[in-house]
Ligand binder design. Sequence first.
Ligand code: UD1
Length: 420
Amino acid sequence: MHYLSVEGNQKLKGTIAISGAKNSALPLLASTLLSKNNIMLSNVPDVADVKTLLKLLENLGSTTVQKDNIVSIDTTQVKSAFANYDIVRKMRASILTLGPLLSRFGHCEVSLPGGCAIGQRPIDLHLKALEQMGAEIEIKQGYVIAKAPNGLKGANIIFDKVTVTGSENIIMAASLAHGTTTLVNVAKEPEVVQLCEVLRDAGLQIEGIGTSTINIIGTDGALLDMQDITVIPDRIEAGTYLCAGAITNSGITITNIIPKHLESMTLKLKQMGFGIEKDADSITLLPAETIKACDLETSEYPGFPTDMQAQFMALCTQANGTSIIDERLFENRFMHVSELGRMGAIIKLKGHSAAVEGNTQLNAADVMATDLRASSALILAALVAKGTTRIHRIYHLDRGYENLEGKFSALGAKIERLEE
Ligand code: UD1
């Protein structure tokens, strides 16, 4: 096992390019199960979650070739609709194969993704929607066993809650269904939008892209004519590096991004006193005279992303005053609080709210990554701590950050991956 050793008291400087979005690459890869042809995806991040999904798709009978950030995938020979526990347990997003497999084959067995560090994260909304489309579903020995022998049927579905992968799963399920599906209260995240656009470009009749109501006329089982895809940039990776610039109060530039996707974050950074200069595909963060405290509440896009909550929490320890952070999406997404506490952060939790004391001198410590985004908050804290921090269990980070040490080093950080 590896750990990261991060020297504190650092200033950053320079420019880095942001990778493709993990959370877009995953549904797009799953959507290739709906394709009648071979597809090439570019700007695919080279991260563990992508490798896991490729392995699952291979297990089902696909042929995949991954080279650098390009993936070629042929799902035309897929015969099996069985997604086994050994792979699914590694990554919750494997559940994204449920919708496409069921709509293509009329049956499938997908292991339940199981518990997760950031909360219960059920899939009841995915299953309820599929049942409304005529699927018969039972849970047996940890597997979702779904059947729709005559194909899925179009339905009117209202999601009780906005769910990102739930929306994506049902959009894919509706693609090959019989008749029209209307989805209400759909997630509007850029990753959901890209999936819809890719399906539209493949000939699917889909309306309402980017809004909360989407209409899809299913193809009656006909596979789609999917085209090559370029994955959109990763707004969460981008936000993480902006926070690295901010916590060290440095000037840095990130490129290869869509600035509009980062608006809720750049707005907060501006409120905190940082300069933000935007170009068509880049953002430069300029140091603040004084870092001001901020209040934020996570919500669905275009609101402030829950995937950036931990990083902003680390940043708030360096602000002038107390910041209040409300986590509205996941009930247990404060696991980083105790690890930040080990580094001297003073954070009081009350229900889903955290009060973060600013002007805190953080100190290096041995800390443990608990989930993907929580781990990146620990790197940020380590950059301003006194001494050298060791971050353990970094496999969480490798799930979603491509070339992490390379990118931090390019910004001048002293960071190393070492053997335990
Ligand atoms: C996706 C993202 C994840 C991000 C999250 C919220 C991917 C691969 N992952 O996760 O990085 O943190 O969106 O932006 O894109 N819920 C239910 N029942 C369901 C489904 C969800 O109650 O069937 C609840 C969840 O517990 C949570 C809320 O809905 O409270 C939102 O979760 P959801 O949007 O589904 O998250 P994911 O799609 O798993």
